[in-house]
Design a protein around this ligand. Structure first.
Ligand code: GCO
Ligand code: MG
Length: 408
């Protein structure tokens, strides 16, 4: 079964998505997500200008060989652009193989290990009242695990806090902004550190001990600051504290571990197992956060989770709205199949997005399931997609009060 066409599809139904479409001589079509938020066209060009011609004529069934050919063959290794491009090829080939087999992808990954994947939603509010409203709205939608982000007194705009408290009006938190230049936010780590334990105390007092609560610190603390916050949050029994440090320096997490038993999740900006080597072998984290879209696709993610499983570390696949429905579907097939599933992030896509990408996955009673359509279970409406041309968009930049650029 030979690959005959490779198309890179860029669309912006409310936000930008890059999708790879691979077609075989049998007419089977596979899709892969290649969206890299704020740097979309770099991946589109990598695929169009450097990869497409290498794929035409190859056997679509040779997934591992194609992955190694693109990874090793480029000579230059890793990086978000390369790995998002390879991920799209890998995912599209798995989509094709599963369609040819007439099976949902999770069946080819070992079959179902569970009936549904626990999803967490994003509750946020600029103050406690708005946050409580958002938590109630998520509980009404059926979520059984909830991420908590709030405003910090004295700061105007903080990562993860939706501009609207009306959950039906705005589809969770969307960080990319369609502006000519990135917007700039002001950050104060000490103000955040003083505030966040009180937020979790208030939420536990209002909503009780049962509901799994998560929090994303978005890479903003030093190791000793992270240790202090992880320790202060212990009484509130977090499901996880995410990205407490940037974690490029993996050894730094030893310090956090020495001081706290709050579970840690890291990895959404990583793109290979090597980024986790120390974190996993020294058991410095509890959840692996990579996205299928950014970490090379389904094949390396399965290997990464099997590696993590040796250390009782679980999955927590990245699933914000900048992962397209194709990337989300790929995540869900892994979630259902692997043994060491932890939780799945689920930010719902907008209705406009879901008209372009028609998905067979479903959310019911707090659990996600990829559905049983052959392949990934996502169709792409090209005619409609063309009505939503690419629009430049950027993630914000963060500065400390004195103007120093900080992690956002
Ligand atoms: C998360 C992430 C996202 C990222 C976004 C950047 O935990 O979902 O932190 O919100 O900020 O993916 O594009
Ligand atoms: Mg995050």
């Amino acid at each position: 079964m030979k690959i005959t066409h490779v198309d890179v599809l860029v669309t912006s139904p409310g936000r930008n998505f890059v999708t790879l479409k691979i077609t075989t001589d049998d007419g089977v079509v596979g899709y892969g997500d290649a969206t890299l938020n704020g740097r979309e066209l770099a991946v589109a060009s990598y695929l169009r200008d450097h990869v497409a011609a290498l794929l035409v004529g190859r056997d679509a069934h040779r997934i591992e060989d194609t992955w190694q050919y693109l990874y090793r063959g480029a000579y230059w290794r890793r990086g978000p652009v390369t790995m998002a491009a390879i991920a799209a090829v890998d995912t599209a080939l798995w989509d094709i193989k599963a369609k040819v087999a007439g099976l949902p992808l999770y069946q080819l990954l070992g079959g179902a290990s569970r009936t549904g994947a626990l999803a967490y939603g994003h509750a946020s509010g600029s103050d406690l009242e708005a946050l409580f409203d958002s938590i109630r709205a998520h509980l009404e939608l059926g979520y059984r695990a909830i991420r908590i982000q709030t405003g910090v007194p004295g700061l105007d705009q903080v990562y993860g806090v939706s501009a609207s408290t009306q959950i039906g009006e705005r589809y969770d938190y969307e960080p990319a902004q369609r502006t000519a230049l990135p917007s700039e936010e002001t950050w104060d780590t000490r103000a955040y550190m003083r505030h966040i334990p009180a937020v979790f105390e208030a939420v536990r007092n209002e909503f009780g001990p049962e509901i799994p609560l998560l929090h994303d610190a978005h890479h903003r603390m030093t190791p000793i600051q992270a240790a202090k916050v992880a320790k202060a949050l212990e009484p509130y029994d977090l499901f996880w504290l995410e990205d407490c440090t940037p974690a490029e320096n993996q050894e730094a997490l030893r310090l956090v571990r020495q001081h706290s038993t709050t579970p840690l999740a890291i990895g959404e900006i990583f793109n290979s197992a090597f980024d986790y080597q120390t974190l996993i072998t020294e058991q410095l984290i509890d959840y692996v956060r990579s996205a299928v879209t950014h970490a090379g696709g389904v094949s390396p993610m399965k290997k990464l989770f099997d590696f993590a499983a040796l250390y009782q570390i679980k999955s927590g696949i990245h699933g914000p709205t900048d992962i397209s429905p194709v990337g989300m579907a790929a995540a869900l097939h892994l979630d259902i199949a692997i043994h060491n599933f932890g939780v799945q992030e689920y930010m719902r896509h907008s209705p406009e997005t879901l008209e372009v990408f028609r998905t067979s996955y479903r959310f019911s009673d707090g659990l996600l399931h990829p559905g049983d359509a052959p392949g990934l279970g996502v169709d792409y409406d090209e005619a409609l997609a063309e009505k939503h041309p690419y629009e430049p968009a950027y993630l914000p930049v963060n500065r400390l009060r004195d103007g120093t650029v900080h992690d956002w």
